[in-house]
Design a protein around this ligand. Structure first.
Ligand code: BG6
Ligand code: MG
Length: 224
């Protein structure tokens, strides 16, 4: 049986993926780089600084900004984001997540956060989910962000289990790739067209039940 579950945050525990998108869109509008939801798929799971780079690269404007100005832009996006999430509360936890976390706890399965977001601890607090997390991987402590496996490896390490003994849950292609190269078993929330066809995918978090996780884990070891 799996011993740990490594959770992405934005778009898995709650709808903050939408606010990241709106905040980048607002910043993009201000500096004359419009973005749409299709482009935003590339930003999901990607760190703040790397997202800014992708935004500027889109318009071939990376060279226009020195490091101080880049920092200002990243802070500006984060301030928009913080303003948008300030009223988030436990009622905003996605359907099925609280039940799943309770069941995992009840079965003695360790739970760890594997989010690229530096706002992860703030959000766990707002959502009142702190007590369900045995570990939080600090994105400041890793060399490479998603799609590299580092954040999932650190999240597993923080709960003293090997990544191979974990399930990772993600809504972003970069995150799915990170789970796959960490050795954990990925479960995607979303669509095959966005996440690929090499993993189990549920359309919404409601379907992420404990029994579902167990059955997919058992499938891995089934001899056919
Ligand atoms: C990821 C989000 O979880 O965190 C990205 O999917 C975001 O959209 C990244 O850019 C970094 O978040 P933050 O809160 O540190 O800017
Ligand atoms: Mg996400």
């Amino acid at each position: 049986m799996f011993k740990g579950v490594l959770f992405d945050l934005d778009g898995i525990l709650t709808d903050t993926a939408e606010y990241h998108y709106r905040a980048w869109k607002k910043l993009g509008q201000e500096i004359g780089i419009p973005i749409d939801r299709k482009f935003n798929e590339q930003l999901k799971g990607v760190s703040r600084n790397d997202s800014l780079k992708l935004l500027l690269e889109k318009a071939d404007r990376v060279g226009e900004y020195n490091s101080e100005r880049l920092q200002e832009l990243a802070t500006c996006k984060n301030n928009y984001y913080l303003e948008m999430i300030k009223n988030i509360g436990p009622e905003d936890v996605y359907p099925g997540i609280l039940t799943l976390l309770k069941e995992l706890k009840g079965h003695g399965i360790k739970v760890s956060l594997a989010s690229a977001s530096k706002n992860g601890p703030l959000l766990l607090g707002l959502l009142k989910l702190n007590s369900f997390f045995d570990g939080i991987a600090d994105p400041e402590k890793i060399a490479f962000g998603k799609p590299k496996p580092d954040i999932f490896l650190l999240a597993a390490k923080n709960i003293n289990v090997r990544a191979e003994e974990c399930i990772g849950i993600e809504d972003a292609i970069a995150g799915v790739q990170a789970i796959q190269s960490s050795g954990a078993m990925p479960i995607g929330v979303g669509k095959t067209s966005e996440l690929g066809d090499k993993l189990n995918i549920v359309p919404t978090t409601e379907k992420l039940t404990y029994d579902y996780l167990v059955s997919k884990w058992e499938d891995l070891f089934k001899v056919v």
